[in-house]
Design a protein around this ligand. Structure first.
Ligand code: PLP
Length: 379
């Protein structure tokens, strides 16, 4: 489908193309020196000790939950207003996700107040998502986690480059997870990163990423090791060198790209204020957003399907972030999810529509999208 304005768009720079081509010419395609350089640069950028590049954001989340010791019979408190992978990570470990509601229709993140009632003696971790790149109010969340002695995992898939109280998202809790999927702020096609300052967590993530093995192919190639042991039931969650090259080159341009996203969001917000009944969350929210998404909340009397169809008519792609996880068939069947459990999440899930947002959008395109929205909602 040739959208006039797609939801997101990747446009690789000459430097990114050069870096990817250099990997192809080098003949070393699996995890190796470029990945090591990417991990070092990413750790430096975030100000964190350990960073492990992996095959996807989902793999990052799975490893984070394993490292935190999440297992059979445990509960993990998580949002339902998220991509399903957030909750799946707990389920992969044999745990039960316990969904907490979002703070409000102007704040699509979990808060300490919404997390508290979901905690039990079985809670093994709290997993938060920085929705759309907007940082959760982490201080009170860390406080209740600390009281209980449980770790906080940050799903920072939307939030690469975002910050809160002088720290980068992903480094505020105990373990941070990033996604480099093609539509995220730092796209490498597929890929992800797990970060932590905790040495014990890092050790477990390092082994579990590659089959529970004690050495890597790259170590053996360099003659650093000949034999290996398998010390745990690990996975193949390794990233490839081409993806790492794109990530490393893209990281150098990330702040500029995120700043452009910020300008677009400001322009969007100005126009939205002229449309009574419509709103976007996180106005004046704490910290600095990575502006991954621009969500709009429609008034109840305006069915989303009609608005989305009118936008499509104008060539503008829209999406929904998110249909609540607890209402998906699998989660209903397996964990008893049903309507009414999370009133705010369900309300947002019905009324939210996401507009196009990517750094390559020019101002005229932003205005075009807003003209199309104004026409679609008749205001
Ligand atoms: C994209 C995303 C993920 C999963 O990342 P992948 O790289 O696609 O596996 C997890 N959580 C959230 C909130 C996401 O948006």
């Amino acid at each position: 489908m040739g959208w006039r304005v797609p939801l997101s768009d990747v446009s690789l720079s000459a430097e990114e193309l050069r870096a990817a081509t250099a990997v192809l010419a080098s003949g070393w395609l699996s995890m190796g020196p470029v990945t090591e350089a990417f991990e070092r640069a990413f750790a430096d950028y975030l100000g964190v000790t350990y960073a492990f590049a992996v095959s996807s954001g989902t793999a990052a989340l799975h490893l984070a939950h394993l490292a935190a010791g999440v297992g059979q019979g445990d509960e993990v408190v998580a949002p339902s207003l998220t991509f399903v992978a957030t909750a799946n990570a707990a389920v992969y470990c044999g745990a039960t996700p316990v969904f907490a509601d979002v703070a409000g229709t102007d704040d699509f993140n979990l808060s300490a107040d919404t997390i508290a009632p979901a905690l039990s003696r079985a809670t093994r971790a709290i997993t938060v998502v920085h929705y759309g790149g907007y940082p959760c109010d982490m201080a009170p969340i860390l406080e209740i986690a600390e009281e209980r002695g449980i770790p906080v995992i940050e799903d920072a898939a939307h939030a690469v480059g975002a910050s809160y109280a002088g720290r980068r998202c992903g480094t505020i809790g105990d373990i941070g997870c990033f996604s480099f999927f093609a539509n995220k702020n730092l796209p490498t096609g597929e890929g992800g990163m797990v970060v932590t300052d905790n040495e014990a967590y890092a050790g477990r993530i390092r082994t579990m990423r590659s089959h529970g093995m004690t050495t890597l192919t790259w170590d053996r190639h360099r003659g650093h090791a000949r034999a290996y042991d398998v010390v745990d039931l690990g996975y193949n969650y390794r990233i490839g060198e081409v993806a790492s090259a794109l990530g490393l080159a893209g990281l150098a341009d990330l702040d500029r790209a995120n700043a452009r996203r910020e300008e677009i969001v400001e322009r969007y917000r100005r126009r939205l204020r002229e449309m009574p009944g419509l709103s976007s969350p996180f106005e004046g929210a704490p910290g600095r957003s990575a502006c991954h998404l621009f969500p709009v909340l429609l008034p109840t009397e305006l069915p989303r399907e009609g608005v989305a169809a009118a936008m499509q008519e104008a060539g503008v792609q829209t999406s929904v972030h998110y249909r609540p996880v607890h209402l998906f068939s699998y989660y209903r069947r397996r964990f008893g999810g049903r309507a009414g459990l999370l009133p705010v999440t369900e309300d947002v899930g019905e009324r939210e529509i996401t507009l196009p947002l990517y750094p390559g959008m020019d101002d005229r395109t932003v205005e075009y999208v807003m003209d199309a929205l104004a026409a679609a909602v008749g205001r």
